[in-house]
Ligand binder design. Structure first.
Ligand code: NAP
Ligand code: F7E
Length: 344
């Protein structure tokens, strides 16, 4: 039985990866951080299910605390380590730049150093991000595209990316960066734009609220489905030699398009009126305002356009995404509608 350790196991990706590895008969260890309330909704089913609970173990630790990382590694001796933990919100990283640098940047270095000392034969995956491309110098973005991060989050992930490469080159560790473009799901955190929209669509359909306030409607992202992106992480650690891969769908859509489609899924056709902060999205049938623009959600520097070229992952890992934009939006809206008891 193979043993894996996942940091960030309570997050969106951590929960899907834990499911995938348990399904492959791994023994899975996850690092959770202490908080005053439990935050394990995404993995509760794995802890109660008879098929998985004997092979799924949680340990307290924090990427800010090197000793805790070393202790968990010494106790669990994993063959694969997936570093998914991060302060992962780009907008919030502008409010907490040093903290984001400490956890999302230095945190990866702390874990790499503990791996080097305690389990140097382990394979290490780093959750790198398309935010590295930032103000992208070419489109689509591929492994060779130069980096130009646009936020404290992007800068922190740049440090972690190069730390991962450096430990491969300096010490011969098996380390791989997955440069993942945005991936979403019904488990997406509620303050990322896709989930914010689909949850609002559902609450509006249930009559619980009137509208949603958004920031930049023109930003374009390459949005895929998290449930299938975690397989690419695993595939990267099964290769003979470690490499870094871009993972995305090769399609790009704007926030506006996402909102349009999400409302349409719930039977509301949006028409847009006004410009900039005065723009609104109205229900074409009733004239009710459903989307407002609030500059509170603008970022000091924005990433305007992300679009992946995932051909290397297709050719070398045999990974191709199956869930496309429309299916993703439908899946998320339907899940949020079900959660508020609305059946269309
Ligand atoms: P997420 O849902 O925000 O999950 C982040 C995880 O990190 C949570 O389990 C969180 O724990 C944990 N964490 C935060 N600070 C920590 C600390 N100091 N010590 C230990 N654990 C800590 O993120 P995600 O969407 O699953 O993304 C997974 C990883 O991929 C992240 O590193 C993210 O930056 C990166 N990434 C994500 C995307 C994407 O589109 N989703 C794309 C590229 C890269 P709590 O539950 O206690 O908060
Ligand atoms: O923003 C715009 C916002 O916060 C997407 C993380 O997983 O993917 C994620 O980062 C776009 C941006 O994701 C709102 O300005 C408009 O242009 O959903 P997001 P993100 O910043 O792309 C990357 C790959 C990661 O690595 C990160 O960890 O949407 N936007 N209005 C808004 N964004 C938010 N959050 N809220 C709004 O109201």
């Amino acid at each position: 039985m193979k043993r894996a350790l996942i940091t960030g196991v309570t997050g969106q990706d951590g929960s899907y990866l834990a499911e995938l590895l348990l399904d492959k008969d791994y023994e899975v260890h996850g690092i959770v951080r202490r908080s005053s309330t439990f935050n394990r909704q995404r993995i509760d089913h794995l802890r109660s299910d008879a098929a998985t609970r004997e092979r799924f173990h949680l340990h307290y630790g924090d990427l800010g605390d090197a000793e805790s990382l070393a202790s968990v590694l010494a106790e669990t001796k994993p063959e694969e380590v997936y570093n998914l933990a991060a302060q992962s919100h780009v907008g919030i990283s502008f409010s907490q730049p040093s903290y984001t640098g400490d956890v999302s940047g230095l945190g990866a270095m702390r874990l790499l150093e503990a791996v080097r000392r305690i389990v140097p034969e382990a394979r290490f995956y780093q959750a790198s991000s398309s935010e590295l491309f930032g103000k992208a110098v070419e489109t689509p973005q591929r492994e060779s595209t130069p980096f130009h991060p646009r936020s404290p989050y992007g800068v922190a992930k740049l440090y972690a990316f190069w730390a991962t490469v450096n430990y491969r080159e300096a010490y011969g560790l098996f380390t791989a960066n997955g440069i993942l473009f945005n991936h979403e799901s019904p488990r997406r955190g509620e303050n990322f734009v896709t989930r914010k929209i689909t949850q609002a669509v559902a609450e509006i359909a249930a009559g619980r609220r009137d509208s949603v306030a958004l920031g930049n409607l023109e930003a374009r992202r390459d949005w895929g489905y998290a449930g299938e992106f975690v397989r690419a992480m695993w595939l990267m650690l099964q290769r003979e030699t470690p490499e870094d891969y871009v993972i995305g769908t090769g399609e790009t859509h704007s926030v506006r398009e996402f909102a349009q489609l999400a409302f349409r899924e719930a039977g509301v056709e949006l028409v847009w009126d006004g410009e900039g902060e005065d723009e609104v999205g109205k229900d074409a049938a009733t004239g009710a305002v459903r989307v407002r623009v609030d500059s509170e959600y603008y970022r000091p520097s924005e990433v305007d356009l992300l679009l992946s070229d995932p051909s290397r992952a297709r050719d070398e890992l045999g990974w191709t995404p199956e869930v496309h934009f429309e299916q993703l939006v439908r899946m998320m809206v339907r899940s949020d509608l079900a959660a508020v008891g609305v059946v269309l």
